[in-house]
Design a protein around this ligand. Structure first.
Ligand code: C5P
Length: 242
């Protein structure tokens, strides 16, 4: 049992629209009609349906997290941030591994792209992908130490650059809040309701456990999009939290 209301919880669920085209995404949106969750547009849908689709989401009043995980030289990220700010997205992200200067460049891009009176998008840093296990971190990526140590280092760097928060696993929320403060936002994918397929995710928790850790937003894809009845799936998730 939590103190969160149904509306609080719903506004903190980001549904990953991981679809190949706008038509498929529209099918899900129709099923979730009237549920005031965020929608997350990632690279698959953005590369296929592009800015037009995002603009149409914004026209219809959706809160949009554009998950394109920018990672390039600072000048290019600055330009990318300017462009997505003009699109009116509410949240977008950049890889913390791109370094402090690159993250600062994203904030400069927002300044350039922001229309007078428009709300500033929130920028969050990607720490370690939730599919990254300890073994992959050490043996393939070549970073020493634990996943949590790597995540905390990235979170501190993102905060030093002026970002509002990070994407991380729900397993790292407590440590991130301890290192960066409670108001530093955590967005957590790697969410699996009890009994759901884990798929390629590695560092996971149930939605209720993630909120109990103090996360600000949960990102949920396949447990909703892959369900026979997506509306019933999100309703069950909301019910499991409030
Ligand atoms: O289907 P599933 O619930 O695993 O979807 C998780 C979503 O969150 C995907 O769209 C994935 O790209 C995204 N994501 C992630 N780990 C990150 C950042 C984003 O899984 N660190």
């Amino acid at each position: 049992m939590s103190t969160l209301t149904r509306n609080d919880v719903t506004g903190r669920i980001m549904v990953a629209l991981d679809y190949a085209n706008a038509e498929s995404a529209e099918g899900l949106l129709k099923q979730l009609q009237g549920i005031p969750c965020y929608v997350k547009v990632g690279m698959q849908l953005f590369y296929a349906a592009g800015p037009t689709f995002v603009a149409s989401l914004k026209d219809r009043g959706y809160k949009v997290f554009l998950d394109v995980k920018m990672h390039d030289i600072p000048n290019t990220v600055k330009g990318g941030a300017e462009s997505v700010t003009r699109l009116g997205v509410d949240v977008f992200n950049v890889h913390a591994a791109g370094g402090k200067h690159m993250m600062e460049a994203a904030l400069e891009g927002i300044d350039k792209g922001l229309a007078v009176g428009a709300a500033r998008p929130m920028v969050i840093g990607v720490t370690q992908l939730t599919s990254t296990s300890q073994q992959v971190l050490n043996d393939e990526i070549g970073l020493a130490g634990t996943t949590e140590q790597a995540v905390i280092r990235y979170a501190r760097l993102a905060q030093a650059a002026g970002l509002q928060g990070v994407v991380a696993s729900p397993l790292e929320v407590t440590a991130i809040k301890a290192a960066c403060g409670d108001s530093f936002v955590t967005v957590t994918p790697g969410i699996r309701p009890a009994g759901a397929d884990v798929g390629d995710q590695s560092r996971i928790m149930t939605p209720a456990e993630a909120f109990a850790q103090g996360t600000d937003y949960v990102v949920i894809g396949r447990p909703i999009t892959g369900a026979a009845d997506p509306r019933a799936a999100i309703e069950a998730i909301i019910e499991s939290i409030v």
